[in-house]
Design a protein around this ligand. Structure first.
Ligand code: TMP
Length: 208
């Protein structure tokens, strides 16, 4: 059972998550904070949340170094433990809504594809998250070919994951869709071809 105030957004690299989150921030902004129906909304992301040096340093190690998949798993879960236990859980306890860009689904999809066993991901995720999970997950689904064009067009700085070949990203998309099918109550699949404002509208309507 997920925490009803905890929401995550998932999708392949270049699917548009950041643009969508930036748009949500604009809509929710009030007096330097974010609100949805009088409830404060906290935006965060994994791996790494700006403002926390440990999270940013471990993010750099994860996304820029050529390391074993199992090393990625340990670093991701260390990053996650600090993030969820010191930041996400306290905010949820203060009755805030937490919207997180990527969470454990990313680990099942990415490190799973790289050969880490599901069982190892399940055990380490439980240790890191204390079993605190999102009630709702928005999967922004997009063809990796289109996602790649967007990354190039937006001139976004790329990391090692962006540079994996098309086949890797196609497999990632497939795994996301399989996961969403398996957990269809938690996931809402949104077509990433839709306009940003349409996607944002779907998310806000669903959040309410
Ligand atoms: P981002 O660019 O969306 O912030 O994510 C950085 C990369 O980290 C992204 O390509 C996917 C990868 N990643 C994993 O491999 N496993 C995980 O558990 C998470 C959270 C991210």
């Amino acid at each position: 059972m997920g925490n009803k105030n905890f929401v995550t957004i998932e999708g392949i690299d270049g699917a548009g998550k950041t643009t969508i989150i930036d748009e949500l921030k604009k809509i929710f902004l009030k007096d330097d904070k974010y609100f949805l129906k009088n409830k404060e909304v906290i935006f965060t992301r994994e791996p790494g949340n700006s403002g926390n040096e440990f999270l940013l340093k471990t993010r750099d190690l994860i996304v820029n170094y050529d390391i074993l998949p199992i090393t990625e798993l340990f670093l991701l879960q260390a990053n996650r433990a600090e993030h969820i236990q010191k930041f996400i859980i306290p905010n949820l306890k203060n009755n805030k809504i937490v919207i997180c860009d990527r969470f454990t689904d990313s680990t099942f999809v990415y490190q799973g594809l790289k050969g880490v066993k599901d069982q190892d991901i399940i055990i380490t995720s439980k240790l890191a998250t204390l079993d605190v999970n999102p009630k709702r997950t928005y999967l922004i689904d997009l063809d990796p070919k289109i996602a790649r064009k967007r990354i190039i067009k937006n001139k976004r700085t790329t990391n090692k994951f962006d540079n994996y070949d098309l086949n890797f990203h196609q497999q990632i998309r497939k795994r996301y869709l399989q996961l969403a099918k398996k957990e269809n109550k938690r996931f809402l699949i949104i077509d990433g071809n839709k306009k940003v404002n349409e996607i944002v509208e779907i998310i806000i309507k669903d959040l309410k």
